[in-house]
Design a protein around this ligand. Structure first.
Ligand SMILES: Cc1cc2nc3c(=O)[nH]c(=O)nc-3n(C[C@H](O)[C@H](O)[C@H](O)COP(=O)(O)OP(=O)(O)OC[C@H]3O[C@@H](n4cnc5c(N)ncnc54)[C@H](O)[C@@H]3O)c2cc1C
Length: 896
């Protein structure tokens, strides 16, 4: 495709009177072009306004040497039209900027899009005219535009960040910005060049600039992880997958986490040997595929600091193997962020470039730039004379281009900048409350830059255009999200941000690269597929969270929050729903036990700890099995007697293995999990009496078990929480043992099924009302149910050990747990409650599956340590002290 095909064509935009259209689009990049195409097909009159001289967006502006995409081009393409796909063949695995620009020009030509684009036209202001129900857009070139709907397709990375260094104006040489590179190129031959910045643009351009320049000095503030691109033809394995079943390949991308069709990894790092991990890493390194290495090494790589640190170490090894000068190699090694928390770069010869004699790296962490002078750059340690300065300093990402249209005035004269003063607030990353008929493509709050943007752009464009068509057909003229929906989305965004490690890095994802910008993770971290399903669900639930009005129809508002569950809880419950399992209570006790065993086999193994020892203890009617979980650090440790969950019917001393291990790591304490006897073989009060007898024996034999003599603690989940609570009452009434504290996790505390949580959460959250019914029937006759040994809420609650009570919002047992905590507190027991929002009954025991449960377990561990008289801070280092001295440990501390 010749470059001439994308040569700028002057727009014949009308000047003077406002142009009236149904929909105005700002931007003519990937997003704006597809919008124009879809809007036209849907029968809307439309115009696109574009500051640049032609189509292309990112690929129009970023013409610096080495500019390429970093998602494989077969994935980074439009997929809406199979004929378009057939008509274009990419020449390389990662296409260059000119080729991508030619592609976008080809698309514009194919669908005759340029006739509706006003080039060289920047939108400067936008305001909502309430009476007319239209947006008025002001431009810097030609007539304003009046439109019913205003769509910003202005790009996440289109507002270059101005340099923050004094004296740029004094510099007498040439200055270039990678994001605004001259169209006819720059001759750097024989010149002394400075590159400031080592993000993607710096890393792509530095090797090529070094080849031309007499000398290149790279000024680096923050090193970044870079991986070899191994560019060349598109890999045959990916091509044959695509060609084998194009539709399925594209669909898999749409449902994936990052917008590229790779499966979810299931093996966690601690299940793999060093050799297996290295083999996986080497394979990924050899592939040269960003999404592959970001997602396919092991399941915990992006969510757990330990799993992530293993990769950082391996990449740092690679850097030191390539870069000959040890000091330069050390300066190039990132230590301040987890791998993937900041966008890693794909490179071609980046690290090797520092072995060239004409390249110098200046580490700004050691010698900050003091000023730019007429002749060059002065740092705290040296002055470097240069002819050319290249700023590769990145973008005011995600919000920069939106806020650059100023003001955007919504309903009641509200300005978007004011509404976003504390950071972007959106519903679905698509709309903003107070700004009717206003849409953002890949706005903050959507997967956007954490995804293959071609996929995310198509999803947003399709969603918006389909909605506009549906509104029009139903007679609605305005659409606006509600306050509650937007607040809910912001909460969901915050919940999602605990899922990944992005929050632990200061990056352009969080706004940290722009001085004064409010910080927070701006893109949606919950994944492309889940996000798509939420957007679809909003529609299927009657435009949940949107207010729709029209002159001849009744206003419609189905107010509510799109997602109330924690993001990973939602995934788990959706997955369970797709399995279509029969109700557990229909399986019979034996069948249910077999099912639970099978189910547990599929979960990630518990993490390594110091030691696990099985044994038996004498119960009232014979031996009871137990399992001791010991920390790695030398003991003796305080002892926690633990009771597993399972409705007095299911489970055993091993069935909460991941939870016990996790708590041992977090508390540095010893857990003894008790195999109490089960119903229906052993009905009430066997489990309660076994629990008490076991606690007594363990307390008396703590030293023999390797624990610290003295008071023990008790803990339990669900029916195990019931046994723990009952044990505390029995120990109080029967003269011991001494119990220093109780951790009750979603405990059964009462036989009353009438509390609201039993109705609100009767079905849909795995533990159902009818399953609880079944458990009660198997364990306890109706006459016995008010006995405090099964309904401790009905017993005396004064004089009990201090308690930490955890309840989950979407759990039938929620309200009885709260009632027990409140009753104890009213009776003078020191009680702390964790009411876990968005969680379900199994959230905290599904360790490494429900990642958002980790902060709750941190609180539980702190409580147990406090009860045991230990300092509150949880020493993860007890279990893996090798990480302690590295800066990564600070990250680990923050992550816990
Ligand atoms: C160097 C680089 C490499 C990248 N590589 C990849 C990759 O490999 N994979 C990937 O998924 N993403 C990549 N991205 C992200 C890339 O931005 C998106 O993939 C995609 O091109 C965005 O398309 P868009 O249409 O949303 O925005 P853009 O392409 O940024 O287009 C927005 C357009 O809006 C115009 N505009 C903005 N404000 C106004 C205004 N007020 N008035 C008029 N016009 C305005 C701009 O001039 C621009 O042309 C890369 C980004 C950069 C900078």
């Amino acid at each position: 495709m010749p470059d001439a095909m994308v040569a700028a064509r002057a727009s014949d935009a009308a000047r003077g009177t406002p142009r009236q259209v149904d929909v105005a689009v700002v931007g003519a990049g990937f997003a704006g072009l597809y919008l124009l195409h879809r809007l036209r097909k849907a029968g809307f009159t439309t115009v696109a306004l574009e500051e640049a001289g032609d189509v292309g967006g990112t690929w129009y502006w970023n013409r610096y040497p080495g500019a390429r995409c970093d998602i494989q081009t077969i994935d980074y393409s439009y997929t809406f039209d199979p004929e378009l796909e057939a008509a274009w063949t990419w020449s390389e695995k990662y296409a260059t900027q000119p080729e991508i620009l030619r592609y976008l020009g080809f698309v514009a030509d194919r669908y005759e899009l340029r006739r509706d684009i006003r080039f060289g036209t920047k939108v400067t202001e936008a305001s909502w005219d309430e009476a007319a129900e239209r947006w008025q857009l002001t431009t810097d070139n030609g007539a304003p535009v009046s439109c019913r709907h205003y769509i910003m397709a202005t790009g996440c990375l289109s507002a270059p960040k101005p340099p923050e260094i004094d004296g740029v104006k004094d510099f007498k040489g040439e200055v270039y910005f990678t994001g605004r590179w001259p169209h006819d190129g720059v001759n750097l031959a024989g010149k002394r060049v400075a590159v400031i910045g080592t993000g993607s643009s710096g890393i792509q351009s530095i090797p090529l600039i070094a080849e031309q320049a007499a000398h290149l000095t790279v000024f680096q503030r923050t090193p970044n992880f870079a991986l070899p691109a191994h560019n060349g033809p598109a890999p045959s394995d990916r091509m044959s997958l695509l060609q084998g079943d194009r539709a399925a390949y594209r669909e898999q991308a749409r449902q994936s986490m990052a917008g590229v069709p790779y499966p979810q990894q299931t093996a966690v790092s601690w299940q793999l040997s060093d050799a297996e991990r290295r083999a996986r890493f080497e394979e990924a390194w050899g592939k040269g595929d960003l999404v592959y290495i970001l997602t396919q090494l092991w399941a915990d790589q992006a969510v757990d600091v330990d799993g992530n640190r293993l990769i950082c170490d391996l990449i740092r090894e690679k850097i030191s193997a390539v870069v000959k000068d040890p000091e330069t190699a050390a300066a190039l090694m990132p230590h301040d962020h987890p791998f993937g928390a900041k966008r890693p770069c794909l490179d071609t010869n980046y690290y090797a470039t520092y072995n060239r004699s004409n390249v110098t790296l200046v580490n700004l962490r050691q010698e900050p730039i003091k000023a730019i002078t007429a002749g060059g750059i002065t740092t705290a340690r040296r002055s470097v004379d240069v002819d050319v300065i290249v700023f590769a300093t990145g973008f005011d990402a995600m919000t920069g281009a939106i806020r650059a249209v100023h003001p955007i005035t919504g309903r009641g004269g509200k300005s978007l900048s004011d509404v976003w003063a504390q950071g972007p607030q959106t519903y679905l990353g698509l709309t903003v409350e107070g700004f009717p008929n206003f849409f953002m493509i890949t706005g903050p709050g959507s997967p956007s830059v954490l995804s293959n943007m071609a996929v995310s752009i198509e999803q947003h464009v399709d969603w918006v255009v389909d909605r506009l068509a549906a509104l029009r057909d139903a007679g609605f003229t305005t659409i606006e999200p509600t306050e509650a929906a937007q607040a809910g989305w912001n909460r969901h965004m915050a919940d999602c941000s605990t899922l990944t490690l992005h929050r632990l890095a200061n990056t352009w994802y969080t706004g940290a690269n722009v001085p004064g910008k409010v910080q927070g993770v701006m893109p949606y971290t919950g994944g492309v597929g889940p996000y798509r399903s939420i957007c679809d669900e909003v529609v299927s639930r009657g435009m949940l969270g949107f207010r729709l009005t029209g002159p001849n129809v009744a206003a419609q508002c189905n107010d509510g929050e799109a997602v109330r569950l924690q993001p990973d809880v939602r995934l788990v419950l959706n997955l369970l729903a797709t399995l279509n399992l029969p109700p557990i209570e229909s399986m019979g006790a034996l069948g249910a036990r077999a099912f639970v065993n099978e189910f547990n086999k599929g979960r990630p193994a518990g993490r390594p700890i110091g030691d696990v020892v099985d044994g038996t203890l004498p119960g009232t009617d014979g031996p009871l099995p137990y399992r001791v979980y010991k920390p790695a650090a030398p003991g003796p440790h305080p002892v926690v007697v633990y009771f597993h969950g399972g409705g007095w019917v299911l489970g055993d001393e091993q069935s909460d293995d991941p939870f016990c291990r996790d708590m041992v790591r977090r508390t540095g304490m010893m857990f003894v999990s008790v195999g109490y006897r089960h119903a229906p073989e052993h009905r009430f009060p066997t489990a309660a009496e076994d629990g008490y007898a076991a606690t007594r024996w363990i307390a008396e034999h703590a030293a023999e078990l390797g624990g610290k003599p003295g008071p023990v603690l008790v803990a339990g989940w669900s029916a195990g929480g019931n046994i723990a609570a009952v044990t505390c009452q029995l120990a109080r009434d029967r003269g011991g043992p001494d119990i220093a504290g109780q951790l009750l996790l979603c405990p059964v505390t009462d036989c009353d099924f009438d509390r609201p949580s039993y109705n609100d959460n009767a079905t849909g959250y795995f533990l159902t009302r009818s399953l609880m019914d079944w458990f009660w029937d198997l364990y306890c006759s109706p006459a016995d149910r008010i006995d405090p040994r099964v309904s401790p809420l009905r017993g005396k609650v004064a004089g009990l050990p201090p308690a930490f009570v955890v309840t989950c919002e979407f759990d039938p047992l929620r309200d009885e747990g709260i009632a027990y905590a409140e009753a104890m507190a009213a009776a003078g027991v020191p009680v702390q409650q964790l009411k876990a929002r968005g969680h379900f009954h199994s959230s905290f025991t599904m360790v490494d599956v429900v990642i958002t449960g980790a902060p709750g377990r941190v609180q539980m561990a702190e409580a147990l340590r406090r009860f045991a008289g230990l300092p509150p801070e949880v020493s993860l280092g007890d279990e893996h002290s090798h990480g302690h001295t590295s800066p990564g440990h600070r990250i680990a501390a923050a992550a816990s």
